[in-house]
Design a binder for this molecule. Structure first.
Ligand SMILES: Nc1nc2c(c(=O)[nH]1)N[C@H]1C(S)=C(S)[C@@H](COP(=O)(O)OP(=O)(O)OC[C@H]3O[C@@H](n4cnc5c(=O)[nH]c(N)nc54)[C@H](O)[C@@H]3O)O[C@H]1N2
Ligand SMILES: Nc1nc2c(c(=O)[nH]1)N[C@H]1C(S)=C(S)[C@@H](COP(=O)(O)OP(=O)(O)OC[C@H]3O[C@@H](n4cnc5c(=O)[nH]c(N)nc54)[C@H](O)[C@@H]3O)O[C@H]1N2
Ligand SMILES: [Mo]
Length: 710
């Protein structure tokens, strides 16, 4: 027997997922095979543990359904019938179709569609921007998530990281507002437990009694889309009872008088009617929040998923300055700390290549753009999808499916799997998974720079997104240096490595250590706004926004690498309460009396892992949580199958009767693959293509439906 020494190696990596935790990985490799992926025990947030979604990450790389080669469609659109072709043939077909389209309709007839399937600097959200800007396509505005919150945040406190979630360990009062932390930000939980050990009180503000709400000292049930009213009601009490930190407000804020006037319009009794929270509870919450210092607010993305979501985030973001919480370590608020990272979007996305006058189409309006409901001249003749799965994740899914079925639409999809969206492709391009590629990860929930190094060979003909765009650039005849820089050179130019927060951080050091903390103060000493120092035009926390005061204003829509205009013009300088559109429509509410919220699944990451049997078992089938009272009046029993519907569409789910939701409210999870559901559809068949008042975010929670037994 010949001696066989199996080679075992450990390679440092980082989680690719769109999640605030961005965990530090250790890839364990034997004989070129990825045998396990574990969390780095030394990383202060990862602490050696991965979430359930990533438990089988090594196996995910070897899923037999992975797309391994370029393919072309051979059956009808959407049939999922494909045949293997070579990369050369795929590129030649793309070039030929695009050349014809550009000749006949102009380059703006081509529309990219991308989101956060991958969160890297090289392969993530902005991976294709330079290419499409160079091509002259329509600019796709990427606002699936966080854009309403980010706009609100920048208007109020500027591009600052705010509170470090690790500093939550030092808080005395913690409000988790619109976030199901045990599902979506698990690695922040230990810091909350630590605070609780030291006597902190945990409040969760959520319409649903979630796993996280069940762990709270106090669950405040709020009607979806009414958070702005609650925050203003809290201010009403704080101001009325003299709990304002006068000194902090005077030195470090702008527009107190205007804010006080606005808050005066929101006495607890009025807010109780809007939010469904008892007036006395609003008073108690305000008093406790103001007096138990340091007080902290962890804001979730869900707050933005309503027409008034942007103003709600602005109002919430005003609270810590009003009570002086920023003075303390563990005080203040965090929405996402991404602003501490010195990105150079001008290099990453090349907005200088956008031709003057190029139109912008928002990604959440995809259905309207493809079906012609939105008047577009030229019409969209080609769609290029990567890092995203709009048939499942974008609103008004039925119109997207209708649009993708157009015979004259040339669709290219780059994917890991043949998803519900990829099924409609004319050409499929295979992408690598995280253990097979190199990238510096973008993080939005902590303050560490994270490097992912390849641990195994890419299977089949899979390529990283950056390589795919380089091949496309060569095919289209682009000869800029940009397409041939080394990956390290790309990374060196994508960040300002000489920025103060990057001192001591180098690519070389990252290759060895895997991750390094930004120089922004340590969690036990960091109080970034103890002395104001806000990143707004005034340097103060702007209760009355100077950006909004100017009418139309420009916000950094870094998601697309260009500066976007906040539309509407009439943004009130002082945050106000803007009611949900559907709940306020009495005749609609008569036909569709139930408000459906659709937060994140526990065992999937959006749709990713939704095709993994292990994760499917963990998540279970698509369920709908319905209050027993609403079920009884419709003869729906626990465990029976129901159809949830409105004028936009429908999907089926198994009913779970529970008082975790209030009467009039239902909850289901986004992320189940529509094609794997009973009805072939999922929740976004019912959601509206409506935007939040800031940042063009999606108003997924503003969704009235009804339900019946099937
Ligand atoms: N397990 C898992 N983790 C994930 C993801 C995933 O798919 N699965 N996705 C990642 C992504 S992309 C994101 S953006 C984050 C999002 O993570 P979160 O910020 O936690 O957002 P959601 O899960 O959408 O919703 C959180 C809670 O908000 C509640 N909610 C809904 N509408 C409202 C409202 O109007 N007001 C209030 N106060 N609460 C409301 C919901 O009931 C839900 O319990 O999670 C990330 N992490
Ligand atoms: N109803 C409802 N809808 C929602 C939400 C909600 O709360 N409710 N949340 C919204 C939010 S917060 C978000 S962030 C969006 C998420 O929307 P998406 O970003 O579209 O979500 P994913 O399902 O993760 O789809 C990403 C796709 O990219 C693919 N992918 C992964 N890695 C790579 C890669 O390296 N290269 C290529 N080419 N492809 C790759 C994956 O296989 C997957 O199919 O959904 C939004 N939709
Ligand atoms: Mo998201």
């Amino acid at each position: 027997m010949s001696a066989h020494f199996s080679e075992t190696r450990t390679v440092r990596g980082a989680c690719p997922q769109d999640c605030p935790d961005t965990c530090a990985f250790l890839y364990h490799v034997e004989d070129g095979q990825l045998v396990e992926v574990t969390g780095d025990p030394d990383h202060p947030m990862t602490r050696g543990g991965l979430c359930v979604k990533l438990k089988n990450f090594a196996e995910h790389h070897y899923n037999p359904d992975r797309l391994m080669h370029p393919m072309k469609r051979v059956g009808p659109k959407g049939s999922g019938q494909f045949e293997r072709i070579s990369w050369n043939e795929a590129l030649a077909q793309i070039k030929s179709r695009w050349t014809d389209i550009i000749t006949e309709h102009g380059s703006q007839a081509i529309l990219p569609h991308a989101y956060l399937g991958h969160q890297g600097t090289l392969n993530g959200l902005t991976a294709g921007d330079a290419f499409f800007n160079r091509l002259g396509s329509t600019v796709a505005e990427k606002t699936y998530c966080e854009s309403g919150s980010s706009t609100a945040w920048i208007m109020t406190v500027g591009p600052t990281g705010g509170l470090d979630v690790e500093s939550l360990a030092f808080s005395k009062y913690i409000i988790v507002w619109g976030m199901n932390m045990l599902n979506t930000n698990l690695h922040a939980w230990p810091f909350i437990l630590k605070a609780k050990e030291n006597g902190a009180r945990l409040v969760v503000i959520d319409p649903v009694r979630t796993r996280t709400a069940k762990q709270a000292d106090w669950h405040v049930r709020i009607k979806p889309g009414t958070d702005g009213a609650l925050a203003l009601g809290m201010m009403n009490v704080i101001i009325g009872e003299g709990l304002v930190d006068r000194d902090y407000v005077e030195k470090y804020t702008l527009g107190y008088e205007q804010l006080a006037q606005r808050a005066a319009e929101f006495p607890p009794e009025r807010v109780a009617q809007i939010t469904g929270i008892a007036a006395q509870d609003i008073v108690t919450l305000a008093r406790e929040y103001a007096t138990a210092q340091p007080s902290a607010i962890r804001q979730g993305v869900a707050v933005e998923r309503s027409p008034g979501g942007g103003d709600a985030i602005r109002a919430i973001t005003c609270l810590p300055a009003l009570v002086g919480a920023w003075r303390h370590v563990g005080g203040g608020t965090v929405e996402m700390p991404i602003w501490e990272f010195p990105f150079k979007f001008d290099f990453m996305c090349r907005p200088d290549w956008i031709r003057p006058g190029t139109r912008v189409v928002n990604e959440l309006d995809l259905g309207a753009a493809l079906t012609g409901t939105m008047a577009l001249d030229p019409p969209i003749k080609s769609l290029f999808v990567y890092n995203s799965n709009p048939v499942s994740q974008a609103p008004a899914a039925a119109s997207i499916v209708e649009g993708l079925g157009r015979e004259d639409l040339f669709t290219v999809v780059s994917e890991l799997f043949i998803t519900d969206t990829a099924k409609y492709a004319d050409i499929l391009l295979p992408a690598t998974m995280q253990a097979e590629q190199y990238d510096l990860m973008v993080t939005w929930g902590h303050l560490y720079v994270m490097l992912n190094q390849p641990a195994i060979e890419a299977p089949g003909e899979c390529v990283p997104n950056i390589e795919m765009f380089r091949r496309l650039a060569r095919t289209m005849g682009f000869d800029d240096d940009y397409w041939s820089l080394s990956l390290d050179e790309m990374l060196l130019r994508s960040y300002d490595w000489s920025a103060p927060q990057m001192q001591g951080i180098t690519l070389e050091a990252l290759k060895e250590k895997g991750y390094m903390r930004l120089n922004v103060g340590l969690p036990h000493e960091r109080a970034p706004h103890a002395q104001g120092n806000f990143k707004t035009p005034s340097g103060k926390c702007e209760f009355a926004s100077s950006l909004a005061a100017g009418g139309n204003f420009v916000v950094p829509v870094w998601r697309s690498g260009y500066e976007g205009m906040q539309p509407g013009g009439a943004v009130d300088p002082v945050p106000n309460y803007i009611a949900p559109a559907e709940m306020s429509d009495a005749s609609l509410a008569q036909r569709y009396p139930l408000n459906l919220v659709s937060p994140k699944p526990h065992a999937f990451l959006n749709t990713q892992y939704g095709n993994e049997p292990t994760q499917q078992r963990r998540q279970g089938e698509q369920i709908i949580v319905i209050h027993p009272q609403d079920a009884t009046t419709r003869q729906i029993e626990h465990g029976s199958y129901v159809r949830i519907f409105n004028d936009r569409g429908s999907f089926e789910a198994r009913a779970e009767l529970s008082e975790d939701v209030s009467a009039g409210l239902m909850m289901t999870n986004v992320g189940h693959w529509p094609g794997l559901n009973r009805s072939g559809t999922a929740v976004n068949s019912t959601t509206p293509p409506r935007h939040c008042n800031l940042g063009q975010a999606g108003a997924f929670s503003d969704n009235l439906v009804d339900v019946q037994k099937v």
